[in-house]
Design a protein around this ligand. Structure first.
Ligand code: GLP
Length: 235
């Protein structure tokens, strides 16, 4: 794993931007995208640039079950607001959290991933080490799955909702196995609340207790962290 320590999200965004730019120059066509606060500065940097994705495809990690795309807390909405409205892709895929047949939706999304192998995957990380919405216990070879969100994730994500009771309890997430198929992975983590998860990801044993520790199995992972998120790393 390559660890890049940055002073803040703006510097982190710049590093991520350079990786995207180089990817595009080397013919990357499919970009795996993430939501959450950690990639926002990065998307702003991309939006402000002249990078062109009109011949590219994006595949998002996850979506809450039960939120329509128009709901301002849905990940469909987040992606439109933060990126797609200003930097359109030829085709953008996000799981459908309103699917009436969830098993069929999981299968459909696995097919999307199989048809569009990801060149560069962006990730954030949950305080409990989740990637996408793959909570502790998710197997490292999982495909797209429906996930029951843990109490700690619901609490952590409640900051974006009016009330904690409004946070959906389930999500559809690309699996860890699918994430690991990306050619290149870039993870952003900022702040002290991520320090434990980053230590487990980088130095801990490979364990499903810390889903992101699966990234140790991949040979092209860049972790962009600030001082606080890196504070528990020994090296
Ligand atoms: C959610 C998303 C993850 C994201 C995580 C961390 O749970 N499903 O993809 O990494 O939040 O979010 P933040 O970057 O806001 O801390």
């Amino acid at each position: 794993m390559k660890i890049i320590k940055v002073k803040d999200q703006v510097e982190g965004a710049q590093k991520g931007f350079e990786i995207f730019k180089e990817g595009l120059a080397n013919d990357a066509k499919v970009f795996g995208l993430a939501t959450g606060s950690s990639p926002i500065a990065f998307y702003q940097k991309v939006v402000a640039s002249d990078l062109d994705f009109t011949e590219c495809t994006s595949v998002n990690l996850d979506e809450y079950v039960g939120l329509p795309a128009e709901n301002d807390q849905s990940y469909h909405y987040f992606m439109k607001e933060n990126l797609f409205n200003k930097k359109p892709f030829a085709k953008s895929y996000v799981p459908n959290g309103l699917a009436s047949d969830i098993p069929a939706e999981l299968k459909r999304y696995d097919q999307v991933i199989a048809d569009n192998p990801v060149d560069i995957q962006i990730l954030g990380i949950g305080q409990n080490g989740h990637i996408g919405f793959n909570e502790p216990g998710s197997s490292f070879d999982s495909n797209t799955q429906e996930v029951q969100l843990t109490e700690s994730t619901i609490k952590a994500n409640a900051r974006f909702f009016e009330n904690e009771a409004d946070v959906p309890t389930k999500a559809i997430s690309m699996g860890i196995g699918s994430i690991l198929k990306a050619k290149k992975i870039v993870l952003f983590a900022y702040g002290e609340s991520k320090a434990e998860a980053i230590k487990g990801t980088v130095e801990g044993p490979q364990t499903t207790d810390v889903p992101a520790s699966a990234l140790q199995l991949h040979d092209d992972v860049t972790i962009i962290v600030d001082e606080a998120a890196a504070s528990l790393l020994s090296k």
